[in-house]
Ligand binder design. Structure first.
Ligand code: SAM
Length: 479
């Protein structure tokens, strides 16, 4: 199996442990005949096509492709299909079919989940059916990381396999139920599957997805024992990420998108909140010692940065993160889109007043802030945006050092509060972020040497403004 010189000697030997001895040509043929008798490959393909949203222009990769249950129908539909399997006999069988059907757009590799090296462009879709259970859990995580690397941003994984979803305390009865159902479909193969292979719990595989950057989009329980996951690779790069604007230019871009591009500003704020939540969920666990985020304290100033924080609170709550919001102003300090989102948040939290706190008077402020800081596991900094230049004013001159001293990771919206987004200079304390999401485009001030210690890991958040059309205008026309 040592196909590449740099393959570590300790890599799991997936060629040796490929389950039923698919290496034997006769057994491969028997597999084909048996599965043909209880499966309908064409219907299975149609199901995958619909679930994944497969398009004729797509390039797909099937790992553990066997004798081509997916590869053959997919080759008739997609632009290009790659198949990989550790069993040479299975691939030989598949190659015969490819040739007899005159399919020219398939490439096969005698490689497995762990040994597969993708030598082409990233693919749109990876499919894997009833194969991942052949490797133990640690190696499943490695396999999923490799799959995520092969996918284009926004690419999809369709993973069908046996996953257990019974409580661990019921392991005996749960396993028996799965075995009974599986035996009806697959006969004696079912016993081998349970006793000698590595099917795992749903919560284990779901933890792996999250850690490798695959978001679960849909789950299909096709039988007591068969589950299909459709996952999407978290988008990492947007076109705008190459553009770097000053804070002032970024604000102009927003204004042009609204005035010339007719994108309602409230929609831009909603997009910002969504994008912030997506980047946060994709990175927070990794950036906080593998601890999944559970409680976020969202600190909001009086402007649009605070408004983005209000939307973020709503989005994160939907994604299972409990949020407390501190508004550093009185309710009537807010206006425009920030006020609209504050009103939404007020309505949503009216039965849980502890979730939305207005803090503007000193003694209460610091006691309450201290207790909220010990409650949360992440702080969100939505205090000040790109418009704030110069030294911090009250109460932020007091609040920023307290947030920094809390020892909790900080997620900054658009720019760490106190940092000049135009040039990266500082005039007083600045939030020291673990993660910053610069909205719409990158900002000059986030890229300077001085800014590095404040910005943490920098991501660009897509808010739905294609910048090209707007950079050409000097200023919005008014009549
Ligand atoms: C039950 S068959 C499924 C084949 C095909 N996906 C289907 O739906 O008919 C399992 C396949 O996984 C392959 N396999 C086992 N271990 C593998 C590994 N580590 N990497 C890739 N394929 C593997 C086997 O050789 C076999 O072809």
């Amino acid at each position: 199996m040592d196909q590449y010189d740099d393959t570590p000697k300790w890599l799991y030997n997936e060629f040796q442990y490929a389950g039923v001895n698919y290496e034997n040509a006769e057994i491969a043929r028997q597999f084909e005949r048996r599965h043909n008798s209880f499966r309908n490959f064409e219907l299975e393909f149609q199901k995958i096509r619909e679930r994944v949203g497969l398009r004729p222009t797509d390039v797909a990769l099937d790992i553990g492709c066997g004798s081509g249950a997916f590869v053959i129908p997919a080759a008739k539909f997609c632009q290009k299909v790659y198949g990989a399997d550790v069993s040479k006999s299975m691939l030989d069988l598949l190659q015969e079919k490819i040739e007899s059907q005159g399919l020219k757009n398939v490439e096969l590799f005698n490689e497995g989940f762990l040994s597969y090296r993708h030598k082409r462009e990233p693919v749109d879709v990876v499919v894997s059916s009833i194969a991942l259970h052949h490797i133990p859990d640690f190696w499943k995580a490695v396999a999923l990381k490799k799959i995520a690397d092969v996918l284009k941003p926004n690419g999809k994984l369709y993973l069908l396999d046996v996953f257990f979803n019974f409580p661990i305390s019921n392991w005996q009865s749960g396993t028996q139920t799965v075995l009974d159902a599986m035996s009806k479909a697959a006969g004696r193969e079912a016993n081998v599957h349970i006793s000698s292979e590595f099917s795992t719990f749903d919560w284990i595989i779901e933890g792996f997805f999250e850690r490798v950057g695959l978001n679960i989009e849909q789950i299909f329980d096709d039988a007591t024992f068969l589950r299909a996951y459709v996952c999407k690779k978290v988008k990492q790069e947007i076109v705008n990420s190459q553009t770097i604007l000053t804070g002032k230019e970024a604000r102009n871009l927003d204004a042009k998108a609204v005035e010339i591009g007719k994108i309602p500003s409230l929609l831009l704020m909603e997009n910002a909140g969504r994008s912030l939540a997506d980047v946060f969920m994709a990175n927070a666990t990794r950036l906080n010692h593998d601890k999944k985020p559970k409680r976020a304290l969202i600190c909001c100033g009086k402007g649009n940065n605070g408004g983005d924080g209000f939307v973020l609170a709503r989005r994160l709550s939907l994604l299972g993160v409990e949020c407390h919001v501190i508004a550093f102003g009185a309710p009537d300090d807010y206006s425009g889109d920030a006020l609209t989102n504050l009103e939404i948040l007020k309505a949503l939290t009216r039965r849980n007043p502890e979730k939305l706190i207005f803090l503007n008077s000193s003694p209460v402020l610091y006691d309450r802030l201290a207790s909220e800081l010990s409650w949360c596991d992440w702080i969100v900094d939505g205090l000040l945006g790109t418009g704030t230049i110069g030294a911090l004013k009250s109460p932020y001159d007091q609040v920023v050092p307290i947030l920094n001293a809390s020892g909790k990771p900080i997620f900054s919206i658009d720019v760490p509060s106190g940092l000049n987004a135009d040039d990266g200079t500082t005039s007083s304390d600045v939030i020291r972020a673990t993660l910053t999401v610069s909205l719409a485009t990158n900002k000059v001030g986030l890229t300077t040497e001085n800014a590095k210690e404040y910005v943490g890991e920098l991501h660009i958040g897509d808010i739905g403004i294609p910048i090209e059309p707007f950079l050409k205008y000097d200023s919005p026309k008014t009549c």
